[in-house]
Every structure is written in C-alpha cells, then in structure tokens.
Write a protein that binds this ligand. Sequence first.
Ligand SMILES: Cc1cc2nc3c(=O)[nH]c(=O)nc-3n(C[C@H](O)[C@H](O)[C@H](O)COP(=O)(O)OP(=O)(O)OC[C@H]3O[C@@H](n4cnc5c(N)ncnc54)[C@H](O)[C@@H]3O)c2cc1C
Length: 475
Amino acid sequence: MKRIIHWFRRDFRITDNSALAAAVAAAGPDGEVIPLYIASDWKGSHEWTGSARQEFLCGSLDSLGKNLEAIGGRLIIRRGDAVTELEKLLEETGATAIFANRDPDPFGRSVEAKLEVLSKERGIEFSLHKDVCIHEQHEVLTGQGTVFRVFTPYSKAWFALPKPAPGAAIKKMSTPSGMVSLPLPQLSDWGLVSSASIPEPGERAARERLKAFLAGPVASYGDQRDLMGVNGTSHLSQDLRFGLISPRQIYAAAKSVEESLSPEGRKSAMKFLAEIVWREFYMQLLWHYPELLEQEFNSTWRGMKWPGLAEVPDAFERWCAGVTGFPIVDAAMRQLSATGWMHNRSRMITAMFLTKDLHLDWRLGEAFFMRSLVDGEIASNNGGWQWSAGTGADAAPYFRIQNPWSQTKRYDPVGAYIREWVPELRNVSNASLMEPPSDGRSIAPGYPLPMLDHSTERDRTLDLFARHKAQSVPR
Ligand SMILES: Cc1cc2nc3c(=O)[nH]c(=O)nc-3n(C[C@H](O)[C@H](O)[C@H](O)COP(=O)(O)OP(=O)(O)OC[C@H]3O[C@@H](n4cnc5c(N)ncnc54)[C@H](O)[C@@H]3O)c2cc1C
C-alpha cells in the first residue's frame, strides 16, 4: 500500500489542485494520502507578516480541513521548519513520496532545493507540480528563448499559448488513522490580534466571489476598474494568494462568460484576464531576477538615495496612519488598515505619494504593504512598488508623477471613496476634496492640512532622479 504526503503550501483547495490530484492518483484506490500543513513558528515581529493575512490563512486552513474531512481525509498540522518537519513525518509514517505545488518566490524555491537533497538522501520521491500560474517561468519566452522584461509582448505571447483546462474536485481520500496533529493555527500563536475586517476565507467563499464578479461587474470592468468608489473589480487577490481558487479555474470561467457578452463586455473580460497575466509576469520576473527583492530592476536607479522629507520627520508614520491631509491618500491607507485590502488605483496613488512626494525608499512601503495586505504577494507587491517608484520593469518613467489631486478628480469624481474611508470628510464639499485648501485652513475639524505642496515635491523628485542619473551614467 502506498503512502504519500501532500504538503499544502499556498494551494488550500481540493478542486483543480495539481499536486493533490496527482498524489491521490499515485496512491491509488488502496493507498493513503497525508495532507499536511506546516505552520511557521516565528513569534512576534516579522517585517513582512501581519495579522490580516495570517487571519485569512487560519480561516482558509479551517475550511480546507473541513473539505478534506468531507472526502475522507484529515488535515495534519505541524509547526516549525518545513524540511525538519517533513523529515520527521517521513520517519513516523514510512511515506515514500512528498507531493507539492511549486512556489515561485525565492523563499519557496530555497525550501524546494533542500527537499530535493533530502529526498535523494532518503531515496524517496519528491514530486513538484505547476499550480500557482497558468504558465510558469520557462513557458513564455521571446522568439530567441530569452525572458520578457516588458509586459505587452509577454502578455501577447501568454495569450497565444494553449490553456490547460481545470481539473475536477477530489472525491475520495484516505489518511492513515491515529496520526498526531497539532490544533489548527490561531492568530495568537504568532502573538497577533485581529485588526481588520477581512473577506470570508475558504474555497467556497472564493468560488462565490468569482461567480458574483462574472455575473455582473466583469462586463464593465474596463470602465470601472479604476474607480475607487465602485465595487468594480473581482476581489480575488487573497484567494489567488492562498490558492483557494486556481488561475486555471478563473481563466476557464471568464472565457465561458465572455462568449455571452456584448463586444464591449468581451473587451472588459479580456482586460480582466490581462490582470491575471500581470500576476504571472511579475512572478516570472522574480523567478529569473530574485535580486529584485533587494535592488532596482532598472540598473540606472540602483544605489539611488531617498532623502525623505526633512520638514516632516514623521512623514512615514503619517502615511501609514492615513493622516497626510491628502484625502485620497488617507482614504486609501485607512481602507488598507480597516480591511487588509486596497484598490489597485489607490495602491498606485499611495505608492507614488510615498516615493515621489515623501521621497522615501520604496522598500519601506513594500514592507508596510506586505505586513498589512491580506493578499500580500511578494512578486506583485515588489512589481507594483518598483513600477510606482519608476525603477521597475515597464516602469512609469520617473518623470511621470501622478498628482493626487487630479487622480481624485478622475478616479473618485464624486468623492464616494474618500467619504467612505475618511468619516471626518463626509460633509465636506466635492471641491474641497479635489484641491488643496486655498485659504490655508483645514477642510474639516480634526482633519490635518496637506503635509506638503505636491508641485514643490514633484520638482524635487525630478531633480533627485536627474542628479542620480547624471552621476551614475558616464558621459
Ligand atoms: C504598489 C502595489 C502593490 C501591490 N501589491 C499586491 C500584492 O501584494 N498582492 C496582489 O495580489 N496584488 C498586488 N498589487 C496588484 C493589484 O493592486 C491587486 O492585485 C488588485 O488590486 C487586487 O484586487 P482584485 O482582486 O479586485 O483585482 P482585479 O482587478 O479583479 O484583478 C484580478 C487579479 O489579477 C491580479 N492583478 C490585478 N492587478 C495586478 C497587478 N497590477 N499586478 C499583479 N497582479 C495583478 C490579481 O491576482 C487580481 O486578484 C499591487 C499593486 C501595486 C500598485
């Protein structure tokens, strides 16, 4: 009788799960599968981990455990270093194989490399599967076989490839009886307390979100996706992050709905799918260039100094807390702390504000977002921050600096988003939300004056970049 470990990492579902389906098939009808999750045992502060994402993780594991029980399995929880715990479990159970889905980020890859060594030493099978992306890092390449460094041609090549159909849900599984498992992880295990109102975790909730999006908003996604006060996007990012739904399922479902839409609706559906491609674009970039986590993608900007704002020493803290006096920035940062999620347009505005108005290093914002986001995805977050800072792939050139006031006029034209997240501005006129106060007085009791003048800081940024470029490029 075969006994196989399926190691869950970021794939908390039983439908269309590549490695889990392969493990069940390889075990055969009489074999056993040990569905395992290994919780990390760090305590206290971790620069990139915060309560919203950990709470969503705990809820998703709870739901996964129930789904596994419904098909005859049992989720086994262990805690500690993944390699050590897997080795212990191999000893304990006599399992002859470990199955898992590949994790493209540098941390996931380094554990995989250690497990390759362990499996060779022990003479067991280590079977890794494609699951996180529709197309992995070596599938979408230029005609010369090199890596795409720019999105548009990557996306064209991505769409041209045939797409795998999603797999079925697993119907039956058997886990060895009497196995010892720790209880499901709780936020308090990491010394964290719940701080945000996060989406419902679990595979079913993710499928419902996709269904709701495809039943309506997808048809107007093209027009509405940038409007921060409109619920016009899918809200699937945390589900993709934890593998509650696969990109294959999303692609197949969106394509089947697309056929029934008007020409405009079809364009919108394709625009939505192009965002899924952005996710894979950033993942393949990070796979090929892991140094992106340390340094600027565009070598011209490496070593650039971000001096900060001498006049406002607590600028970073005010940005984090959403008390900058720029209503759109404050609304976005407060949405993040209240829900662990932020609208894409708001992510761009706040990231540009941190780098181009406060002149702070994008890595500070990258870490704060990773800590705060329920959907914190290393590759997309790094890509989004480098794009906003003007240092990344497909970067907005450094001289294209968003003006928070005109962004408000364009993307929150009636102030709905600001009023939702900044209660002290609920009764303020639209005009006051879209221009700095001309009389030097606060627009509402208790609300701060803008902490800086955007056009002054814009000029400073242009100067900063121009000076760095002049120093770094030999004439
Ligand atoms: C500074 C910055 C930081 C970001 N950090 C993250 C992050 O940590 N995790 C994350 O998932 N996304 C991140 N994004 C991308 C994007 O903002 C979110 O994916 C999106 O807002 C999630 O909402 P949604 O699911 O409703 O998106 P939709 O618009 O419905 O898009 C569908 C899916 O496509 C993917 N996607 C959409 N836009 C992007 C993008 N620009 N880059 C990569 N993938 C994208 C996401 O998986 C998303 O769920 C960041 C963007 C910026 C500018």
